[in-house]
Design a protein around this ligand. Structure first.
Ligand code: NI
Ligand code: MN
Length: 233
């Protein structure tokens, strides 16, 4: 039994039979978050890049729980210097395995620096193959990219895509991304957190379901999705 819980913006919790991991745990200061950093107890934290709305509470959660932080090498070194004991620094194209299954660090077209302005390496997305067999792609902050056509050549169960625009791809480009990725399910995120990334997700969902065979699930912060049954819980 694996499940995906939306924590708001691009923050996610994935519970598997073999442990729990977080993606971009931005909770403190997140206007749409319905939970807090203190209630998180992950085994692993995957951080896509150094921007505050993604790095979020990584430092405090990792220092409290001893979770392993998996991220780009440069951002990993920055976290080590600040007291994170267990860091896996990797780079684009690399794969890493844990009890949850396997993950590949994939390209994202964006920028990245640490909160104090240090170089944080390239931003990234993640392609997970969970132990239950489910394959899930977190695009994280990115523009539409031709790389997505390559990812679409492999079977994909779930794609988690930003649709907010301004800092990432918007609804039009995200629709193109769905066509390239061809996932069974797409879940939009990184919109309606602030007015600058406000979008009409109902309209977007209609367009995706009209033009592709992909099903759209929109999760409110706090809602969960079954990664075995591919349905809302
Ligand atoms: Ni960003
Ligand atoms: Mn962002």
């Amino acid at each position: 039994m694996s499940r995906l819980r939306f924590l708001g913006h691009n923050a996610w919790e994935v519970q598997t039979e073999k442990g729990t991991f977080l993606i971009d745990p931005f909770l403190t200061g997140n206007p749409v978050a319905v939970t807090n950093a203190e209630s998180m107890s992950p085994e692993w934290i995957f951080v896509s890049h150094g921007h505050g709305d993604h790095l979020g509470d990584t430092l405090s959660i990792a220092c409290r729980t001893n979770a392993t932080v998996v991220t780009m090498v440069e951002l990993g070194e920055w976290l080590k210097k600040r007291g994170v004991a267990n860091v896996v620094g990797m780079n684009l194209g690399g794969e890493w395995g844990g009890a949850f299954g396997n993950v590949r660090m994939v390209p994202a077209l964006h920028s990245s620096s640490t909160p104090d302005g240090e170089y944080a390496g390239s931003p990234c997305g993640w392609l997970f193959t969970l132990l239950c067999g489910t394959r899930i792609y977190f695009a994280c902050d990115t523009a539409l990219s031709a790389e997505m056509a390559l990812l679409g050549r492999e079977p994909l169960d779930v794609a988690v895509l930003p649709i907010g625009g301004h800092y990432t791809m918007g609804p039009e480009e995200a629709l193109q991304a769905v066509k390239m990725l061809q996932p069974k399910v797409v879940i939009p995120c990184h919109y309606n957190t602030w007015p600058v990334i406000a979008q009409d997700d109902e309209k977007w969902a209609s367009a995706v379901e009209r033009e592709t065979t992909t099903r759209v699930y929109r999760l409110a912060p706090g809602e969960s999705f079954s990664l075995d049954g591919l349905a809302k819980m």
